[in-house]
Design a protein around this ligand. Sequence first.
Ligand code: TPP
Length: 374
Amino acid sequence: MLSCYDLGHVFEENGLTFFAGVPDSTFKNWMKFLADGHGLTNVIASNECEATAIVSGYHLATEKLGVVYMQNSGLGKIVNPHTSLLSKEVYSIPAIYMIGWRGEPGKTDEPQHKMIGRIMIPLLDTLEIPYQVLPDKIEGASEVIRKAKEQAEKNKSPSVIIIKKGTLKEYISKNVIKTNYEMSRDDAIKTIVDRLDEKEIIVSTTGKTSRELFEYREKLGQRHGKDFLTVGSMGCASSIALGIALQKPNKPIYIFDGDGAAIMQMGTFATIGSKKPKNLQHILFDNQTYDSTGGQPTVSSTVNFAQIALACGYNFSQTAKTKKELIYSMEEMKKNTGPNLLIVKVNKGARKDLGRPTTTPIENKEEFIKELYR
Ligand SMILES: Cc1ncc(C[n+]2csc(CCOP(=O)(O)OP(=O)(O)O)c2C)c(N)n1
């Protein structure tokens, strides 16, 4: 395995010191290394499009190459800035895309990673982006990074370094961000689920939120059809819920959102606020991190979601920091006509043995549709 110190050294040797992107678990140790500084600049972006544009701006300002890091799910998102901004046929901007390979063929991974894992290489070919896999030994890694930079400079357009699972050695963070709230996300989920009635349904966000919700329903012996577990499509749970809410105005719908996911698709606040679905309750578990990919910081500590929601046209917003406040705010929220936002401040972290949904996404969809007609 490759040490993050060695990787950092090679990037630095090649003049690659500016990074922007969205975290992925395949390179979570590299993210921890970046968070500790080590003379490298890191901008954790709200989404991969933004990161690609930031690195383009960095190049315009310095003529140097920046690195955009992303899970391969983000590759789909950057097709537009790649083809219409960085491409040779437009502004011809060199950069390095560092892409985590989820769903690699032949390796076990979750359903949401299978297709992108399979089409990633053909997609890079279609996008005419040269790529190389980062070896897990320093000699090979150093050669790959040098070559990627050379290609990007020669072509005056991006080249890709692919990171497979298990390439990087564990890195122990020096600066760990800790919050001291009363609840974890799991505590908050349980508190809310315990107070929902038979008719109320949930659309939950990707990552550990949906996994914790699934496990709690199992524990309670309740139907999973009441929850649409958005296993992929980060940031889209709130839009899925909006689409349902507009068609089923008598069905109370809860969104279980994450701070990272909400920031990724922040425009949805504006769409929800303008459409004003009365039956939509937006609950945002704010742990100030991308907990599901290793606990990297989001920018949520400088974001006032409550004001954003109101400014976008939500009817009500409140923040709960304790279980007692959460129970009180839920009652308040239910009294108000939607759309409403409830921000729940929680600590990052989850149970070590947290499982994954044992039903398939298609089974979940079919059960959920039945539930909508109940
Ligand atoms: C487009 C895209 N980029 C990156 C990811 C990887 N990813 C999965 S979950 C997650 C973190 C979600 O963070 P947040 O919404 O704050 O929820 P938390 O995990 O903290 O509960 C990330 C970055 C993804 N699934 N899709």
